[in-house]
Design a protein around this ligand. Structure first.
Ligand SMILES: C[S@@+](CC[C@H](N)C(=O)[O-])C[C@H]1O[C@@H](n2cnc3c(N)ncnc32)[C@H](O)[C@@H]1O
Length: 345
């Protein structure tokens, strides 16, 4: 399939990428201690199709979660198609795909078969201690009833609609919530997100930044990369986890072994900083501004470096440049501007 066509599809439809449980468990495994005793909110997650909901329901007791809340958006293309849990409702209501919320405070091996699958989810949703109810609004994460649930939550964990990422993250931060969410690496240099990086209020998660992830897409998609167990998957090479929870790698010091020389680290034509084209080549003895690739942010330890600005994207302060940067007239790709905090003078 033509790459260009697939990129177009990604741009228009990235809100319909559904996360695989394997990607969720690989990342979430690292935060067990931080989930303990917490109210988890998955606010872009239809319990019928979301693997975030399934993961937390499955590991509810293991993670010692206090409560799990999931809300579904009215636009979910597969809402109510996998399980019929609103049997008591009229046919008309069942087919309108009205959004709903679930709140779980207890999970058990309901059918006693020792395994957790869709049948257990159904048991769980029907259990009287677990409340599955219709929402009064459309389930938009910005709606008053979803904001009310957000206020009750400790940690928000989901893959939100990418097209609303610029709005989604500030809403969590304004409400002082912890979060662990999937986004596109391009978002790292968005004005709204970059500001939070500088303030050390957001960082990347554990999953390798350069690998990307495969997501399920609706059955009617004609463009996809592979099919597994009858479901279509699309690979997004620029996806990563964003969080304000503790991530060990962001406390580790990068080992720097290169010495600065003007020949190896040229100065930009139109900005007062040197170019470091590979993160591993950051010189150990340079204490002024350096431009590094965006991948630096996946290793960034705020104790070791200061992030000053963002070259080639936007200009929030004196350290950044909205236009392109050049060396000897040659345009250089987007760079993050940093300074080593620990250089001995
Ligand atoms: C990228 S998908 C991910 C779904 C699920 N969280 C997962 O990881 O599989 C984004 C989801 O957000 C839902 N959505 C879109 N706009 C929304 C909004 N304004 N408020 C809440 N959910 C929304 C979509 O219906 C879709 O299910």
């Amino acid at each position: 399939m033509a790459k260009k066509t697939l990129d177009m599809a990604k741009k228009n439809k990235s809100d319909e990428f559904y996360t695989q449980i394997s990607d969720i468990s690989v990342e979430l495994f690292n935060y067990k201690d931080q989930f303990k005793g917490k109210v988890i909110f998955c606010n872009c997650d239809d319990p019928y199709e979301s693997n975030f909901f399934k993961y937390f329901a499955l590991y509810f007791n293991f993670l010692e979660i206090k409560k799990l809340i999931a809300t579904c958006y009215i636009g979910s293309p597969i809402a109510n198609t996998q399980l019929s849990l609103f049997d008591y409702e009229s046919e008309e209501n069942k087919t309108t795909k009205l959004p709903h919320k679930i709140e779980i405070t207890e999970v058990d091996d309901y059918n006693g078969d020792g395994a957790f699958d869709l049948a257990d989810v159904e048991w769980l949703l029907r259990n009287k201690k677990n409340a599955l109810t219709r929402l009064t609004g459309d389930g938009d994460f910005r709606s008053p009833e979803c904001i009310e649930l957000l206020k009750q939550a400790d940690i928000v964990v989901t893959n939100p609609p990418f097209s609303l990422f610029r709005e989604y993250v500030p809403l969590l931060v304004e409400n002082n919530k912890d979060f662990l969410i999937i986004g596109n690496t391009n978002a790292l240099t968005y004005k709204e997100i970059f500001k939070l990086i500088k303030e050390n209020k957001i960082r990347t998660g554990y999953t390798n930044f350069n690998v990307g992830m495969y997501f399920f897409v609706p059955d009617d998609w004609e463009e996809y990369h592979k099919i597994e167990n009858g479901r279509k998957l699309v690979r997004v090479s620029t996806s990563c986890w964003f969080t304000n929870l503790e991530v060990k790698k962001h406390k580790e010091y990068m080992t720097l072994y290169k010495q600065y020389t003007p020949e190896e680290y040229p100065h930009y034509d139109n900005f007062d900083a040197i170019e470091v084209s590979k993160v591993s080549d950051i010189p150990c003895n340079y204490d002024k501004a350096m431009g590094v690739p965006v991948t630096f942010l996946d290793k960034y330890n705020p104790e070791q470096f200061e992030v000053l600005g963002n070259l080639g994207s936007y200009a929030p302060d004196g350290y950044s440049l909205s236009g392109a940067i050049f060396i000897n007239g040659k345009k250089i790709f987007k760079r993050i501007l940093i300074k080593n905090k620990g250089v001995q003078k």
